[in-house]
Write a protein that binds this ligand. Structure first.
Ligand code: BGC
Length: 766
């Protein structure tokens, strides 16, 4: 159904889908919720919808938010609220002692003994930290992501946290947006696979297990499309784009049983997501059958005033709760405004009851009433047994972008290594943005690891910081150049700090910050071979480096085992396998840049894009000063070995339309290719399957990822790899927002990146 049709049925609460989470739909839970609801006063009900941090008597909102809106300046005493049943959940209360103290107040002292739910931003590990989600997406390894999610849930539940504000599944196609680091990048298929994996990992076999946490899928919806990549900015897009590109990861997370969703800060097509009934009720609940709770983002209900769709707190509250926001995170509006809104009939009591019901359902499903306190002995540092998993995750996340003359892995002859750069011995910056429980002493830096490795093989490491991450002083350059001159190879650890991406980390420049590129140029001038390790939470513009540096590896922010993982890959114990989850541009002006673009009427085919346009090449969809394509495209990444692909074969050349449109058909056509390791080392290739559909009633992307798998091959070994393409992979949303297959022409490519050129065609016959 289109949005227009959904809006017309806005009052309907009829679900077209079975409840998304069977665990939240249990009759036993429903009975307990009914019993409890009957006993609750209005104040206690509203309490369940209120979320604060543990700021004691302080104003619970930041000075920035108060400056923007003085109404937010309310002082709360969270402990007192918990003890009197006027608080339902808390955020970022970390540590077993604190969570247990609040929980005791709620469970022992409040009239109905309803436990609190503790939520936290555990985005890429609690104590044992793994790469941030963009790095993890480069693994194309959902099983690994699921295991990591499980691991972090096991750790954080020992501190009483039972709710992760994760996964962030916002598609991001614009590298300027800092929150690219928190998601899986530009592609909806990969994004959906990752979204599912996080939810399954966090929520475990059963939500009620004390080591399971409720996932909070965020930020619903289309936050990643913030205009100009500017944080908190508006988004505006067609329904087709929304459904085809932006919604699939949220939907996949809901289908995987995610218990909660966070409404986004941004407006979508003119309506802030936090007051957007079309999104929160019609799409999420009616269309997808979501039966969990919706929490607002931090002060997002208050921000409806700043958005200009509410003149006062009462209106903002009414709009949010009627749109379907159940829990107010930090706006202080539900508790102050709802009593009067209910008394005057502006918000029906049934709406509040329904919101409370959703909160209680999640609490019962989590087994919070049975085991409200932090489980087991609190984990207070990185766990030794978890280190191998986060080390593997870091290794798999690295993307080798360039490796001329097989500079990597380092040869036994590379005895003297110059290790240069502000990230070379920097524990804090190995962790990236976000993190509630990370501890710097747990982190292995590159310097730690490389020195240990070099020693084993009788080598040495000369370390020079060279400059600061955002430095302007060139004082350290001389030492760096001197070290490089003395060495067989220079390893430069350059890039962003963690805080240059993440929330409020938008950048208008995407180059190496400060004077790091100058440092790189100075070291390159020595003529020593250079390995450039790039740390970043987003694609950077690496144009100069790509032309002048022999080897480049994107390492994101690798986490606790950063140094060891980097050493493993540099020395060749592990061959790199990562593939880019976002396109790396040649220039900022190309942003937003993504491989699955729509075609234009003037595609610049067969033109040498590196040449400036002449009279016969000008009037095409191209820049006059930079090629259109990415410097390093989506899906791209090298290995220490090489892979070849033979011809793609299809199981059939045509599919009758009637058969193609069987909505649940999983196996409409099968595409097969043989992959061979043509190099001399064992390696793992991420084999990717792309599809294009030509001739449909609405334009389709020039190609879209529809499958991927990891294949490990010995030198000379070949394997057949097949992809099953069914209705889900071949259908698209037509102008009526109905997923359909039309009698059209398809091309399927299989290869090692979004540039895969081994393809085969088939048709859907009328
Ligand atoms: C962020 C969310 C986060 C929340 C709670 C907000 O500012 O946008 O992603 O979960 O804060 O910390």
């Amino acid at each position: 159904m289109t949005f227009a049709a959904l809006a017309a049925s806005a009052q309907s609460t009829e679900q077209t889908h079975a409840p998304s989470s069977p665990q939240l739909a249990s009759p036993a839970i429903e009975r307990r919720v009914d019993d409890l609801l009957k006993k609750m006063t209005l104040e206690e009900k509203i309490g369940q919808l209120v979320q604060y941090n543990d700021s004691g008597y302080e104003s619970a909102t930041s000075p920035v938010q108060i400056a923007a809106n003085p109404e937010a300046n309310i002082k709360v005493n969270a402990m007192e609220l918990a003890a009197t049943g006027r608080l339902g959940s808390m955020l970022n209360t970390v540590g077993a002692e604190r969570t247990n103290a609040f929980q005791h107040a709620a469970v022992d002292r409040s009239r109905l003994h309803i436990p609190l739910l503790f939520g936290a931003d555990i985005i890429h590990g609690y104590r044992t930290i793994y790469p941030q989600p963009l790095g993890l997406a480069a693994t194309f390894d959902p099983d690994l992501v699921q295991s990591l999610g499980r691991m972090s849930a096991e750790e954080a539940t020992t501190a009483g946290v039972r709710w992760f504000y994760s996964p962030m599944v916002d598609i991001s196609r614009d590298a300027r947006w800092g929150r690219t680091t928190e998601g899986a990048g530009e592609d909806p298929y990969l994004g959906a696979a990752m979204a599912r994996a996080y939810v399954l990992g966090y929520q475990g076999a059963s939500l009620s297990n004390p080591d399971s946490v409720a996932a909070c899928v965020k930020h619903f919806a289309a936050y990643g499309a913030a205009e100009a990549g500017r944080e908190y900015n508006t988004t505006d897009m067609s329904e087709i784009r929304l459904r085809q590109i932006y919604l699939p990861p949220y939907k996949a997370a809901v289908e995987a049983g995610a218990a909660t969703i966070m409404s986004a800060f941004n407006a979508l097509n003119g309506v802030p997501a936090t007051a957007n009934r079309l999104l929160l009720q019609n799409v999420l609940r009616d269309e997808w059958g979501f039966n969990g709770l919706v929490v607002s983002d931090y002060t997002a209900i208050m921000e409806l005033i700043n958005h200009g769709i509410a003149l006062d707190a009462a209106t903002a509250t009414r709009k949010a709760i009627l749109a379907g926001v159940d829990v107010d995170m930090m706006s202080h509006f539900y508790d102050t405004q709802l009593p009067e809104l209910i008394r005057t009939g502006q918000v029906p009591m049934s709406v509040v009851d329904e919101a409370v019901r959703r909160v209680l359902r999640v609490k019962f499903a989590l087994g919070l009433f049975e085991h409200p306190y932090a489980r087991a002995t609190e984990i207070t540092a990185a766990v030794p047994e978890h280190r191998p998993l986060v080390r593997k995750a870091a290794e798999e996340s690295f993307v080798l972008l360039k490796n001329d003359h097989a500079l990597l892995p380092l040869q036994a002859t590379a005895k003297k290594i110059a290790l240069i750069g502000p990230l070379a011995d920097n524990a804090g910056e190995m962790l990236g943005s976000w993190g509630a429980g990370q501890r710097l002493p747990d982190v292995i830096t590159i310097k730690d690891a490389l020195e240990a490795r070099a020693k084993q093989s009788g080598g040495t490491v000369l370390y020079a910081k060279g400059t600061e991450i955002t430095g302007t002083s060139e004082e350290g350059f001389a030492e760096a150049v001197h070290d490089a001159e003395q060495s067989d190879v220079a390893v430069l650890a350059l890039g962003e700090s963690g805080s240059m991406s993440g929330e409020a980390g938008s950048r208008a420049h995407l180059d190496l910050p400060g004077n790091q590129e100058k440092l790189l140029e100075a070291v390159a001038a020595t003529g020593r071979p250079i390995v450039l390790l790039v740390f970043s939470g987003r694609p950077l513009v690496l144009d100069w480096a790509a032309q002048h540096v022999v080897a480049i590896m994107e390492v994101w922010f690798p986490g606790t085992e950063a140094g060891n993982a980097i050493a493993d890959v540099l020395y060749g114990d592990v061959s790199p396998t990562g593939k880019l989850p976002m396109s790396f541009p040649r220039a900022v002006g190309q942003e937003p840049l993504y491989y699955n673009q729509f075609p234009t009427g003037r595609p610049p085919r067969n033109i040498d894009l590196s040449k400036p346009p002449g009279p016969d090449t000008r009037f095409f969809s191209r820049y006059i000063d930079v090629p259109n394509d990415a410097l390093f495209p989506f899906g791209y990444g090298l290995s220490y070995t090489q892979f070849s692909y033979d011809k793609v074969t299809l199981s059939r050349s045509g599919i009758p339309l009637r058969v193609a449109n069987l909505e649940n058909a999983k196996h409409l056509i099968n595409a097969t290719v043989t992959v061979t390791n043509t190099g001399s080392r064992v390696g793992t290739e991420i084999v990717q399957c792309y599809v294009r559909n030509l001739g449909a009633s609405v334009e389709q992307p020039v190609r879209s990822l529809k499958g991927f798998t990891r294949v490990t091959l010995k030198p000379g070994e070949s394997k057949q790899v097949s992809f099953d393409l069914g209705f889900a992979e071949l259908s698209f949303d037509n102008a009526q927002s109905k997923a359909v297959i039309e009698p059209t022409h398809y091309t399927v490519w299989i290869g090692g990146s979004s540039l895969a050129n081994e393809g085969a065609d088939f048709v859907v016959t009328p």
